[in-house]
Design a protein around this ligand. Structure first.
Ligand SMILES: Nc1ncnc2c1ncn2[C@@H]1O[C@H](COP(=O)(O)OP(=O)(O)OP(=O)(O)O)[C@@H](O)[C@H]1O
Ligand code: SF4
Ligand SMILES: [Mg+2]
Length: 333
């Protein structure tokens, strides 16, 4: 990182030409294709796409928590603060997961153990990172809960997960995820199960933590509205391919890929006035990864598709510095 520069940011996560295939009865199925993305220190990168587009698999490739009983095939490069993760053994990856990368999910109960109190679970995690006594770990757990704006933290540590609301459980998960001050936080649909008010609070919390700890955040959501509220940059994913990426403002104001434009068209616009404008649903479905296609995988759903789109992979085009689109006929800016 160039010291003193405001726009030069060290890439905490740098994924290049990543491909992933998972085993199935029919053989290996390609899930991710030539994925490239970067997240800078203290920055939030949004990975957006419909269900089944490969967002979670990208996250699981980074943390190497892939299905397939060790038979998943990864190729390309995943660098964390310059260190190549592909090729690291199981033990080293466990260390990376415990120390450098944390994850939060849509449903905190998948990570919280229902039979232990919040305090027990938090102190266990804290003591795996730091050689401190139970009492000190307990004090730290309380202060971590206070940092995520949980009131009565001293009482909450004695609660079981089921005694807390969904929003509070997600705050607890964030507190646990940040307890090791990770370099990278992966948030996979962290607000999808929450109502809009609590969702806004959780988004604010993630943003605050990212700013204070300079943590890089890979924020995964199918909801472009949520992504636009919190992210500095966006990568749009479709059927295992990144189809457009760039600064949030650039991608949202000048989307060039037909899929990004369709996602934006599907967003409700709240103007405060009654409107006759209808939401445009995207016709069709994300293709199954096992379905072989020669060219652009969006072609069956794309109004701009031509024969050229079905022949080979779409070319990449740099709309402006940092804003890329992969399409044969992108909208001209
Ligand atoms: N265990 C598995 N074995 C084989 N294929 C899988 C497995 N899990 C997921 N997939 C496939 O990988 C593709 C990408 O799935 P992924 O879970 O990454 O999607 P996603 O974008 O996170 O969707 P969602 O928004 O629903 O969470 C999907 O087509 C899915 O069917
Ligand atoms: S490459 Fe062709 S089919 Fe694919 S998104 Fe672009 S215009 Fe549509
Ligand atoms: Mg997912």
């Amino acid at each position: 990182m160039i010291q003193g520069s405001t726009d030069s940011i060290e890439n905490v996560l740098e994924i290049e030409h990543l491909s992933l295939a998972l085993p199935s009865k029919k053989g290996m199925i390609p899930i991710l294709h030539d994925v490239n993305l970067k997240v800078g220190e203290g920055k939030i990168m949004g990975l957006v796409g419909e269900s089944g587009s490969g967002k979670s698999m990208t996250a699981f490739a980074v943390t190497r928590l892939l299905p397939g009983g060790g038979k998943a095939e990864l190729d390309g490069s995943i660098r964390l603060c310059g260190r190549q993760l592909l090729g690291l053994g199981r033990k080293s990856m466990e260390e990376v997961r415990g120390r450098d990368v944390s994850m939060i999910f849509q449903e905190p109960m998948t990570c919280l153990n229902p039979v232990f109190t919040i305090g027990t679970q938090m102190t266990d995690v804290i003591r795996t990172h730091e050689k401190i006594s139970k009492e000190e770990a307990c004090k730290k757990a309380v202060s971590l809960l206070e940092e995520v704006h949980i009131r009565n933290a001293e009482d909450v540590i004695h609660c079981y997960p089921y005694e807390l609301s969904g929003g509070m459980r997600q705050r607890v998960m964030i507190a646990i995820a940040l307890s090791c001050k990770p370099k990278l936080l992966i948030a996979d649909e962290p607000t999808t199960a929450l109502d809009v008010t609590v969702q806004a609070q959780i988004l604010y919390l993630i943003k605050e933590a990212c700013r204070n700890l300079k943590t890089a955040v890979l924020f995964i959501s199918h909801d472009l509205g949520v992504i636009s509220e919190i992210c500095d940059s966006i990568s749009v994913m479709y059927s295992g391919h990144i189809v457009e990426s760039g600064d949030t403002a650039s991608v949202l104001t000048e989307p060039c890929h037909p899929y990004t434009r369709a996602l934006i068209g599907a967003l409700p616009k709240f103007t405060g006035e009654k409107t006759k404008e209808r939401l445009t649903a995207i016709p069709g479905m994300v293709p199954d990864p096992s379905e072989k296609m020669a060219g652009c995988r969006f072609a069956p759903r794309c109004e701009r598709a031509t024969a050229a789109c079905r022949e080979g992979l779409p070319p990449s085009l740099e709309i402006r510095p940092g804003h890329k689109v992969y399409c044969c006929h992108p909208r001209e800016v």
